[in-house]
Design a binder for this molecule. Structure first.
Ligand code: PLP
Length: 414
């Protein structure tokens, strides 16, 4: 009898069985993972973005192990917590105040609570087809759901005070504030990464954050996925967002569970005044904070541009390889996180993405790549994550894998 529901604790991380074989990871290191089939794979899922340094980064693991040995749960304040907050806020501008949490979902939950107390308002808006965690309030309207489609004539979806708005649609943002001038906040996933890395249209994020501020709403940047992935800081800051609060996770801990809520002193003082409830047995625990300190030290020494350039070259080479086989392929996103689409042109809106997305194609590509010892996320809207551990050899292995997959898919399509 299988006692573990679906064989894994998070539905989104399940891999399809191939020929009745359930793949399990035995270990992961650098850009690779090793399976229970005895094979080594070049990985592109990379903890769903939970590391920029590669799996099991030695310079992060060593201080984490030391923190564990000194006691993982000391109950009271410890030095690493303040050090981690200091390290994080060297990269986040006026968002200089930190509360550590364990997961991105918790961080978004606390961000929403904070915005409600700060403004005395209740309703919040977020992008249709984004993903802001799995807690009740935000767990609807994700990519692939019926609510995410938001046809222009339909009533704006709303659940438990959470409204949806259409990403990259300037006029929908204006309509939102005409219809609901009393929002507490807008949650901005700066790149619609969870819908397949749809990039923001020029000026869109600034327009939205300006509109929010003009109407007295706070701007929450949800950077759990994009934070520290394009540079050692927030993606939204590169893309024109003026945020009051931000959530980070994943890349700041190199795979050790940790997340944080960041905010301006003006907003975060509400916690000091005890006007907002916060708690968490494990929040800010020493191993998590050791991971943040060590990760940010490493990321601060890395040059993101060459990685992003190499990733962009890989995207372009793979698209050419598919074209050589007569197969349409395009890609959205950035060199360190991107999505492939079975189309000549990458989507610029969720409506376009939804019309191109093809679950069977994504699964076929995953199966073909797995045969080539390349591991990918198996579903439409999935992403390829590249890290500083993806060296030239790993990039070449990826290119070879995709070329072989393209050949196989072309033969199948013929
Ligand atoms: C943008 C975004 N926000 C929030 C979350 C939730 O984070 P967690 O899975 O750590 O709860 C995710 C997770 O993928 C995410 O991508």
């Amino acid at each position: 009898m299988n006692h573990l529901i679906g064989g894994i604790s998070s539905g989104g991380r399940a891999l399809p069985e191939i020929d009745g074989y359930a793949f399990k990871v035995e270990r992961s290191q650098g850009a690779c993972l090793w399976g229970n089939d005895g094979q080594q794979y070049v990985d592109t899922a990379m903890g769903f973005g939970a590391t920029m340094l590669g799996h099991a980064a030695p310079k992060v693991l060593a201080p984490v192990i030391q923190a564990l040995q000194r006691g993982p749960m000391p109950s009271f304040a410890h030095d690493l917590e303040a050090q981690a907050a200091h390290a994080l806020t060297q990269n986040t501008g006026k968002l200089s105040q930190v509360i550590f949490l364990n997961t991105g979902s918790e961080a978004v939950h606390l961000a929403c609570r904070t915005a409600r107390v700060a403004t005395g308002r209740q309703r919040i808006a977020r992008f249709a087809a984004s993903y802001d965690g799995w807690f009740d309030q935000v767990a609807f309207g994700n990519a692939g759901s019926s609510e995410a489609q938001m046809p222009p004539s339909a009533t704006r979806p709303e659940r438990e005070g959470m409204l949806l708005l259409r990403y990259n649609d300037f006029s929908d943002a204006e309509q939102l504030f005409r219809d609901c001038p009393d929002l507490a906040a807008v949650i901005i996933e700066p790149v619609l990464a969870n819908a397949g890395c749809i990039e923001p249209a020029s000026g869109y994020l600034k327009h939205l954050s300006d509109l929010a501020h003009q109407h007295g709403a706070l701007v929450i940047l949800d950077e759990v996925l994009m934070g520290f992935r394009l540079h050692a800081g927030l993606a939204g800051h590169l893309l024109g967002v003026d945020a009051d609060l931000a959530t980070v996770g994943k890349a700041i801990g190199s795979g050790i569970p940790v997340a944080a809520l960041l905010g301006t002193p003006e907003v975060m003082q509400l916690f000091e005044q005890k006007r907002i409830v916060r708690a968490g047995t494990y929040s800010g625990n020493p191993p998590a904070c050791a991971a943040v300190v060590a990760t940010l030290e490493q990321l601060g020494q890395r040059d993101y541009l060459p990685l992003i350039k190499r990733g962009n070259q890989l995207r372009s080479d793979i698209i050419h390889a598919f074209a050589d086989e007569g197969l349409a392929l395009s890609s959205s996103g950035y060199g360190s996180v991107f999505t492939f689409w079975p189309s000549d042109k990458a989507p610029e809106t969720y409506a376009e993405a939804a019309s191109i997305a093809n679950a069977q194609w994504s699964l076929d590509l995953h199966v073909a790549l797995r045969a080539e010892k390349v591991m990918t996320m198996p579903f439409a809207f999935g992403r390829v994550y590249l890290t500083f551990a993806h060296d030239e050899a790993a990039m070449q292995a990826l290119l070879n894998g995709y070329k072989a997959a393209a050949r196989g898919m072309a033969v199948k399509a013929a």
